[in-house]
Write a protein that binds this ligand. Structure first.
Ligand code: ADP
Ligand code: MG
Length: 239
């Protein structure tokens, strides 16, 4: 994934003020920063949930910001996991994992179910395929949402504060799944407030404030020995 010169304004409000960021295949990049700094907007520009005001975004060789791009095709390659799980309440876990595979990728029932079961196993929910979202804990629902994204065979996974809505005791299971994905070589861009996850799992940490990248580097550098006063002030609040 490569972002160059990305700007995004909502009316008079300039939320992203020139972002350059790349994520190499297999790399895990964590984005940290205060509320309102533009982290979600950045992620949403990557799959064109928001249309950038200017700049380019390229994912897996396709320029997302090219007006002629087949955006549905590009979106299929990008898995996105939000703070809210957005599962279909009337479908079982298995149903939530098969529906997009069948409708968007055109997979047959057997193949979609096989892929779904494989991914439920990856997130540790083999025994929950027949459960409806309401019968699952928040952490289990989020793991279903991750398995659903994985079932589309994404080239890039975007996570936007995936554990922020969870009770503290459920956070660890979701982070463990993300850690496993990272170990397996998934390319990931993760917005998180979980500093220990960022320190231990990220290849690179990016600190954003006010719509710009203030500093980026190895986790030990950015999280432990930040160069900028704004980064230090932020870390003092969250650590
Ligand atoms: P973060 O995820 O870092 O908390 P966001 O990207 O959600 O930050 O928001 C950055 C700024 O952009 C905030 O001031 C927010 O109010 C504003 N913003 C986000 N989305 C919209 C929108 N659709 N319309 C207007 N303003 C928005
Ligand atoms: Mg956000």
């Amino acid at each position: 994934m490569e972002i160059t010169g990305l700007h995004k304004s909502f009316g008079d409000l300039e939320v992203l003020r020139g972002i350059d960021l790349s994520v190499s295949p297999g790399e895990v990049v964590c984005v940290i920063g205060p509320s309102g700094s533009g982290k979600s907007t950045l992620l949403r520009c990557v799959n064109l949930l928001e249309e950038p005001t200017s700049g380019t975004v390229t994912v897996a060789g396709a320029e997302v910001t090219d007006p002629d791009v087949d955006i549905d095709r590009v979106r299929r390659r990008i898995g996105m996991v939000f703070q809210s799980f957005n599962l279909f309440p009337h479908l079982t876990a298995l149903g939530n994992l098969t529906i997009a595979q069948r409708r968007v990728l055109g997979r047959g029932k057997a193949e979609a179910e096989e892929t779904a079961r494989h991914n439920l196993r990856r997130v540790g929910l083999t025994d929950k395929e027949s459960a409806y979202p309401a019968q699952l804990s928040g952490g289990q629902q989020q793991r279903v949402a991750i398995a659903r994204a994985l079932s589309m065979d994404p080239r890039l996974m975007l996570f936007d504060e995936p554990t922020s809505a969870l009770d503290p005791e459920l956070v660890g299971d979701v982070l463990a799944v993300m850690r496993t994905l990272a170990d397996e070589g998934m390319t990931m861009l993760v917005v998180t407030h979980e500093m220990s996850f960022a320190r231990e799992v990220a290849d690179r940490v990016v600190f954003m404030d006010g719509g710009v990248i203030v500093e980026e580097g190895a986790p030990e550098q950015v999280v432990v020995e930040p160069r900028h006063a704004r980064t230090r002030a932020f870390l003092a609040r969250v650590l």
